[in-house]
Ligand binder design. Sequence first.
Ligand SMILES: [Zn+2]
Length: 98
Amino acid sequence: MFRALLELVITILIAMVARAVLSSVIKGFGAAASNSSQQQQQPRSGSSGQPKEEPRAGELHKDPVCGTYVSEATSFRRQIAGKTVYYCSDACRQKHAA
Ligand SMILES: [Zn+2]
């Protein structure tokens, strides 16, 4: 009788510990996930960093030189083989022409 009671208590204790460990692990994963997603949302403005942002149809065009998405309203554009190519700046337009 005493032994059965002891086993029951041990089982409950193990369940409680497992639950606590599990919840702390889940919390840790959640914190890590939110941290990494925050880092991903801030792309470095370096030379090789490509923006994560996807272009919306009919609004943005990719600069073939630096990979920046630029608005259709930009004045930095050029017709190449019947297609309009958009650039973020005059520097990129001249680089692409070279
Ligand atoms: Zn550019």
